[in-house]
Design a protein around this ligand. Structure first.
Ligand code: HEM
Length: 297
């Protein structure tokens, strides 16, 4: 989730203040990875189609269907490489956002290529009826379904990210202050203002303000404030209203961030499990049926 702010550079007196615009930065690489992935998938699909027609039986152990399995595994590893750029080897070239587009589109076509590898059997005719259907052939079924869940979780996250980024951008645009940290600072300033206004005032004045500061809500019924304090009370009340609005905005933005954090933890946990399962299937197939290093079970 990322946001940039475009600030008006010069603002001459008398001009209407320009509205701050919060928006997500665009990446040109998005189109590169999208179009590249579509073209790549189309080429593989044409190959799949011709080979299926020629061979009649599209078995995952025969080439090129076996090759599609290897390709899907390479794509899974390439998709996971995003984590390297984001976390472990930050010196890798390219922006993180571009890597995320690579991650997104390679992740999506990985599943379509994995389905070509097994000729759509698991999802069209060879349905899972017992647990061993998932664990046969070095966990082939588990590998496919964990990949499906992982990609669904990834797509869900991208959609959630769009939605929650929009929520934060809308709040930042309309609360008059900006994103969470700026809002928190402003709330603190407003609290100091109210405390200053309370100094030396009647008990009713102080009680009303402290109650509002403590709960974040304002009592609809005004107390009987002495006439001499009414102007300051009006100021304090307006400040408390602004603070209450900012508190709401801050909470909405924090909730949006929390949703994304929970989703990210779920996706990463799923990714670790899926990588283990897919790697077991991929490596065992490579060792037994491709390189013949160990005998097939
Ligand atoms: C082969 C399938 C996939 C694997 C192995 C995978 C793995 C991962 C891993 C390991 C991370 C954590 C990166 C980090 O923070 O270190 C991650 C993050 C993420 N993935 Fe995936 N993922 C896959 C598919 C997808 C797909 C298909 C999408 C979207 C359509 C997606 C969207 C995301 C997003 C939005 C993040 C968080 C990015 C961020 O906050 O930096 N993933 N994924």
């Amino acid at each position: 989730m990322s946001l940039v702010v475009k600030r008006p550079s010069v603002q001459t007196s008398g001009e209407r203040p320009l509205r701050r615009i919060w928006r997500t930065p665009a990446a040109r690489t998005k189109w590169f990875w999208l179009i590249g992935s579509i073209l790549f998938y189309v080429a593989i699909y044409v190959w799949f189609y011709l080979a299926s027609k020629a061979q009649g039986d599209a078995a995952p152990g025969n080439d090129p269907f076996r090759l599609f399995g290897i390709l899907a595994y390479v794509l899974v590893l390439s998709t996971a490489a995003y984590s390297l750029r984001r976390r472990f080897v930050r010196s890798l070239p390219g922006k993180v956002q571009s890597w995320l587009w690579m991650h997104t589109w390679l992740g999506v076509i990985t599943i379509t290529i994995a389905l070509l590898h097994e000729n759509y059997a698991f999802v069209t005719n060879s349905f899972v009826t017992k647990f061993s259907d998932l664990t046969d052939t070095y966990w082939a079924g588990l590998a496919l379904f964990s990949l499906i869940f992982l990609v669904i979780s990834g797509v869900t996250g991208r959609l959630l990210d769009l939605w929650q980024t929009h929520v934060i951008a809308r709040e930042a645009n309309t609360n008059g202050v900006g994103i969470v940290r700026a809002v928190e600072e402003r709330i603190l300033e407003l609290e100091y203002t109210v405390e200053r206004l309370c100094a030396g005032k009647s008990e009713l004045f102080k009680k009303y303000c402290m109650q509002a500061l403590g709960s974040g809500n304002l009592q609809s019924k005004f107390p009987a404030i002495p006439v001499a304090e009414r102007s300051d009370f009006q100021n304090a009340h307006d400040t408390l209203v602004t603070r209450a609005d900012l508190l709401q905005s801050c909470r909405r933005q924090q909730r949006a961030r929390l949703i994304m954090r929970v989703w990210r933890t779920t996706h990463i946990t799923l990714a670790c499990i899926a990588l283990l399962v897919i790697s077991y299937h991929g490596v065992m197939e490579l060792l037994t049926n491709v390189f013949h290093i160990i005998a097939a079970a």
